[in-house]
Design a protein around this ligand. Structure first.
Ligand SMILES: Nc1ncnc2c1ncn2[C@@H]1O[C@H](COP(=O)(O)OP(=O)(O)O)[C@@H](O)[C@H]1O
Ligand SMILES: [Mg+2]
Length: 313
């Protein structure tokens, strides 16, 4: 029987969904907190201890949540995921892809360099340069969104620059922003209430989408946005798939805004540890099952073929 570690810092609806989907495939999912996984070079040949797996390694790992912590703690936790991959355990999503998506500035740079439409974005550390940038954008009539570099759920977002005809300066960045100015040009809503799209891409294919609708310009479900089903129009599917391909990620929740100026669709964010509770409500199939099927059928299969190939060579 396949034994899968679900890395999560808390158990709840998502971990239960994944466990049920694994059970339906004759596999077993065990929830493990990455903070409890250890390196112990004497414990087993591979030097890892994954609670609940004894001296063995899981057959696969699903990353459902990584708690925040000190730089050292998060680096160590990601290090465990890197080690698992190096040991041949499929990790879904892979630590490298999680790093590319969690760091919003890396996502922006990769999308821009690959020509995937995304608003003009800056990430810098010099407070003087950041102030200058905000002044310049403000003078040109633009508002900018200041975001925590590793933020999620719409927390900590602020508008700066030209907002409602007035200039809003950049706040101090030590608190809440880790002394990094990650700034993205504000894409004004097309309607009132405004909305964005969340598209789920699995194995390169856009599978389902919703509109997140709210009066407030931050359209996260966690901030009270309402979820509405949205047809997967070809252009919407294409830009979401392009974003996932650029990040080389197994599955992703892609945030997309409609825009009046520039490209009609613009990618705002790619989530590598995406929640799907809201999306499930407007999706006719079970999302956890699709993820588990993709992991067991494609990802594990790819690994086996690679191993067989190496053995034959
Ligand atoms: N550049 C932007 N222009 C307009 N709205 C934005 C912009 N960036 C973010 N938002 C709004 O804020 C939400 C949260 O931003 P996002 O970058 O996805 O961060 P988080 O990781 O917190 O979800 C988006 O879904 C969107 O509704
Ligand atoms: Mg988002």
């Amino acid at each position: 029987m396949r034994r899968v570690a679900i890395m999560a810092d808390e158990t709840g609806w998502h971990t239960r969904q994944l466990q049920a989907a694994l059970r339906a495939r004759g596999a077993v999912g065990r929830t493990v907190d990455l903070a409890d996984c250890r390196i112990d070079t004497g414990a087993a040949w591979h030097g890892l201890v994954i609670p609940g797996f004894g001296r063995e390694l899981p057959d696969a790992v699903i990353v459902r949540g990584i708690a925040g912590g000190s730089f050292e703690q998060v680096t160590r936790r990601l290090g465990i995921l890197h080690a698992l991959r190096e040991l041949g355990v499929p990790v879904y999503n892979d630590a490298r892809a999680i790093e590319r998506s969690v760091d919003k500035s890396m996502t922006s740079q990769l999308l821009a360099a690959a020509g995937v439409p995304t608003p003009p974005t800056w990430a810098l550390e010099s407070p003087a340069q950041a102030q200058q940038l905000v002044m310049r954008e403000s003078a040109a009539g633009h508002a900018l969104v200041l975001k925590p570099l590793f933020g999620s759920q719409g927390k900590g977002l602020q508008l700066v620059g030209r907002v409602d005809g007035e200039h809003r300066p950049l706040p101090a960045l030590e608190r809440g922003y880790g002394s990094v100015a990650y700034l993205q040009r504000f894409v004004a809503p097309l309607a009132d209430p405004g909305f964005d799209w969340r598209v789920l891409v699995v194995a390169g294919r856009a599978l389902t989408a919703m509109r997140r609708v709210s009066r407030h310009w931050v359209h996260n479900v966690a901030q009270g946005a309402r979820c509405e089903p949205a047809p997967l129009e070809p252009a919407l599917a294409r830009i979401a798939e392009d974003a996932a391909r650029v990040l080389d990620i197994d599955y992703a929740g892609v945030d997309i805004l409609p825009a009046r100026e520039g490209p009609a669709l613009q990618v705002i964010e790619v989530n590598g540890v995406a929640a799907w509770h809201g999306l499930q409500k407007v999706t006719p199939f079970n999302i956890a099952r699709r993820l588990v099927d993709d992991l067991l059928d494609r990802k594990l299969g790819e690994l086996r073929r690679a191993r067989d190939g190496a053995r034959r060579a």
